[in-house]
Design a protein around this ligand. Structure first.
Ligand code: AMP
Length: 417
């Protein structure tokens, strides 16, 4: 049975907590953005304040073997600072039993990178490129078998399990999902995880209407499942960014050199048809800021979105489109935003995306519920200083996308199940 972190009695208990400390490091292993560490603190502090001790586990980067570059030791100092206790370190996550057993209430132990072991992800490593199907199958079966031992060892360190790693909740890894079965009555979400789940529920399950989704980014193919799920749920679907041009081309528009995917045209037509049948207002860009090459200083010119000359490329939403979208945004009660409406990395083509961030902040001020997720959209609200002027900023890119595709995330299911 799932427990709640607020009512669970941590007195004298050891809690093993999966966090997402996969923070960016510079070449000298200094943390360049500690947001993920900070966001896990409420959960970690709650356990210590409740008289428990902590075994903290995470991955960092994508090591395929033990590799000092990816050691969690690099972040031990910062974690200790944030937590306000000197966190101990276990050099090998599989050999931490004695250290875990010796933990006293109020103490904390950070385990070395879980992904030093193939068993964390449950995927074979080091297979020869020309391995036969049988060899691949055997290697997969072997790692799956040893994954059980791996998971059991982690579980043996603690009395209860907390999952606070939303960023990896879409993965059925040992520490994010499988371990939960060893704590049938002592498993729970951390505060970050709970906040993320509630935010998504506020949009997909309990939305105040009108509900609007703004989906941007580069390709239809990477967000097809998202669009298909949302078109059955929202009142307004704004499609911007690179992916919009496939929809314009599908309608016979001239899009010049703009990004598009011909093979996705049937899907784009299907989404438009479904939107029409369901009475969903599907709003595409009407005018676009174009460039002649993919760089910041290329000449810029605005064209109607369906009449872009052959040697120009659509790179940002133009004011006319932004005005239409602003009206929709400000008349909505719930808004989900994922993906930039232009080439956000190039400052001359970031204006549209920054404008959406501003509109969302205004809508929030007027009482709408606003959820922002995805690298560039989060960067846009942060760059404008609006991160605390929207209702929720999601920390999990891939996990959030899978959730808005309508999938139940393995990390969530393992706690609830
Ligand atoms: P995604 O990861 O799918 O959210 O896509 C983000 C990427 O979409 C960013 O790197 C943007 O530069 C890119 N993008 C947005 N609009 C356009 C556009 N009109 N043309 C090319 N790339 C775009």
């Amino acid at each position: 049975m799932q427990q709640h972190i607020d009512s669970y009695d941590f007195t004298g208990k050891k809690a093993i907590v999966r966090v997402d400390f996969n923070v960016p490091l510079d070449e000298n292993f200094n943390i360049t953005d500690d947001t993920r560490i900070c966001r896990a603190m409420p959960t970690l502090k709650k356990v210590l304040a409740g008289g428990g001790s902590l075994i903290i586990m995470s991955h960092l980067g994508r090591p395929k073997k033990v590799d000092a570059k990816f050691s969690l030791k690099h972040i031990l100092g910062r974690v200790s600072e944030c937590l306000g206790v000197q966190v101990q370190f276990a050099d090998d996550c599989m050999k931490a039993a004695a250290q875990a057993a010796a933990l006293k209430p109020g103490e904390a132990l950070l385990l070395e990178n879980l992904r030093y072991y193939a068993e964390e992800e449950g995927k074979p490593r080091g297979l020869a490129e020309d391995a036969s199907d049988d060899e691949k199958k055997a290697a997969k079966a072997a790692v799956k078998a040893s994954q059980k031992e791996f998971t059991k060892t982690l579980a043996s360190y603690a009395d209860c399990y907390i999952n606070d790693a939303f960023g990896t909740a879409h993965r059925a890894h040992a520490s994010t999902a499988l371990i939960a079965e060893y704590f049938p009555n002592d498993k729970m979400f951390g505060y970050l995880m709970e906040g993320e789940i509630n935010a998504i529920d506020n949009v997909l399950k309990n939305a105040q209407r009108p509900l609007t989704a703004i989906i941007g980014g580069s390709k239809v193919s990477s967000k097809l499942a998202v669009l298909k799920n949302l078109v059955g749920k929202v009142d307004n679907l704004i499609i911007g960014g690179g992916m919009g041009y496939t929809f314009i081309k599908a309608q016979g528009g001239k899009i010049g050199l703009s990004l598009h995917e011909d093979e996705l045209i049937p899907d784009a037509l299907e989404i438009m048809k479904e939107a029409k049948e369901r009475g969903v207002n599907l709003s595409l860009s009407v005018a676009t800021v174009c460039g002649q090459s993919f760089d910041n200083d290329t000449p810029r010119k605005i064209f109607p979105i369906n009449d872009i000359p052959e040697d120009w490329e659509g790179m940002d939403a133009a004011p006319e489109s932004l005005e239409n979208w602003k009206k929709i945004i400000l008349s909505s009660k719930t808004i989900l935003w994922n993906g930039p409406v232009g080439v956000f990395e190039l400052p001359n083509f970031a204006k549209g995306t920054l404008q959406i961030a501003e509109d969302l902040a205004e809508a929030t001020k007027n009482g709408a519920y606003t959820l922002v997720g995805g690298g560039d959209s989060v960067a846009a609200v942060t760059q404008m200083g609006y991160a605390d002027k929207v209702s929720y900023v999601s920390t999990g890119g891939g996990a959030m996308l899978e959730a808005i595709e309508g999938k139940e995330l393995p990390g969530v299911a393992a706690i609830r199940g």
